[in-house]
Design a protein around this ligand. Structure first.
Ligand code: NAD
Length: 309
């Protein structure tokens, strides 16, 4: 049965917790696609913009979301926040209505497995569904979404996930598997960002134009997500507004190396890149943009990767 807004009138009520750089856009898109969404964030300034949507209910606590929504999606900054929201005091595990919990954050497989076990004991199905594609992808519904957990639940939720991302993949039946894939992705993304920073500073110091470098690299074998997206969008014009915090990338690299340790896998490059992000977090701050990491290499070399006339 299709309702006036185009969404199945029997569609579940959604909940969305964590309205930050990513969650704000994902929750907004769900509302714009006609879903009824109960939203919550600890920050009032993040909740405020949702009051203008007639189908949004702005909750006053995590528990209120779980009591009013069938399916709750979360986009949270850390494993600790995910644990608090799902299984902490006043968390979703006592929800009166929620039957499905979907974690869109990057929290690592350990916490996903822990939450999966705790909630499934209460009859709640857990999917981990980390995303990739940054704030522009979240804004435009062009994220990649990697999902693990029950295949049946994944298929039931596909229409919702397809509002968030245009590339939705089923990774496997075990909660936490998609988190491993996401950590591998962010490891590669971080390596590319650091390597590109080094290469661009080298070229500029030698007198090359950074625009010319990017133009040629992007049709050559050195291209990657930093040369294609991050440098043109946020470094060349010194806006540093790509939308992913340095502290969150450091968290992802730490989670990735913890998983490597757990599995007995060596990641030599990963250890170095994590140390570089740790230094960036100390020097530039947790909330600095990941693209600002180029500033470290610029300072050491006394050269700036800036659009030239
Ligand atoms: P963010 O810090 O901008 O947003 C997190 C939000 O969660 C904040 O608004 C914060 O107030 C809220 N929050 C924290 N603790 C809470 C709690 N206990 N209850 C309710 N709300 C709480 O982070 P983000 O950039 O939106 O990223 C969210 C997640 O998505 C992270 O795990 C990140 O690694 C991942 N991610 C981010 C990007 C990106 O480009 N920004 C891309 C892919 C994945």
């Amino acid at each position: 049965m299709t309702g006036p807004n185009g969404v199945d009138a029997l569609a579940p009520v959604l909940g969305f917790i964590g309205l930050g750089n990513m969650g704000e856009h994902m929750a907004r898109r769900l509302l714009e696609h006609g879903y009824n969404v109960v939203v919550y964030d600890v920050r009032e300034e993040a909740r405020e913009p949702f009051r203008r949507f007639p189908q949004a209910v702005v909750a006053r606590s995590v528990a209120e979301v779980g009591d009013q929504a069938d399916t709750v999606l979360v986009s949270l900054p850390s494993p600790a926040a995910a644990r608090a929201v799902a299984v902490g005091e006043g968390g979703l595990y006592t929800a009166k209505r929620m039957r499905t919990y979907v974690d869109l954050s990057t929290t690592g497989p350990l916490v996903s497995e822990e939450i999966g076990e705790a909630l499934s004991g209460r009859g709640i199905t857990v999917l981990d569904a980390p995303v990739s594609g940054g704030v522009p992808g979240a804004r435009d519904g062009k994220l990649s979404v990697m999902v693990s957990g029950s295949r049946q639940e994944y298929e039931a939720l596909l229409p919702v996930l397809q509002v968030i991302g245009n590339k939705v993949f089923y990774v496997g039946p075990k909660v936490g598997q998609a988190q491993v894939l996401k950590l591998a992705n962010n490891y590669l993304s971080a390596v590319a960002l650091v390597a590109t920073s080094e290469a661009m500073v080298l070229g500029v110091k030698a007198g090359l134009s950074p625009q010319t470098m990017l133009e040629i690299l992007n049709v050559s074998s050195g291209r990657n997500s930093a040369t294609l997206d991050k440098f043109p969008a946020a470094v060349l014009d010194r806006t540093f507004d790509y939308g992913f915090k340095t502290g969150l990338m450091y968290k992802d690299l730490s989670l990735c190396l913890a998983e490597a340790d757990r599995l007995g896998v060596s990641m030599w490059l990963g250890s170095n890149v994590r140390e570089i992000f740790k230094l960036a977090q100390e020097k530039l701050g947790f909330a600095s943009d990941t693209t600002e990491i180029v500033r470290l290499f610029e300072e050491w070399a006394s050269a700036e990767v800036k659009r030239q006339p």
